[in-house]
Design a protein around this ligand. Sequence first.
Ligand code: 5GP
Ligand code: ZN
Length: 117
Amino acid sequence: MTHTNDDCIFCKIVKGDIPGAKVYEDENVLAFFDISQVTKGHTLVIPKNHEENVFELKEETAKQLFSAVPKVANALKEAFEPIGLNVLNNNGKEAGQSVFHYHLHLIPRYGKGDGFG
Ligand code: 5GP
Ligand code: ZN
């Protein structure tokens, strides 16, 4: 059963209480565009289950999440035709985490001057 947290913005997107532009969805995983696009197509991939960060992430959840990543990456490749893609994850406030529901950033790259890194 999916565990959600009433105070969590990403759980609200999972539940459909606030909108999120969906890129991919299956039983356990949701991908949606980041509200602040660092490059065109910047996407967040999250488990539907509320797990705060990598230190809390269950092995089963990690398997479900990472099995969706190539699908999401290829959907972004097809849609946006990037020349590369970063997969990033911040864990803990000091490491730059601002939403405490585990998520991967998929950041399509377009070469020098694409605005990231
Ligand atoms: P973090 O800093 O925790 O690694 O990344 C959190 C990300 O969530 C940020 O890039 C931020 O733009 C994104 N974000 C925060 N609130 C919302 C929201 O309500 N909707 C969407 N789509 N993205 C959000
Ligand atoms: Zn959550």
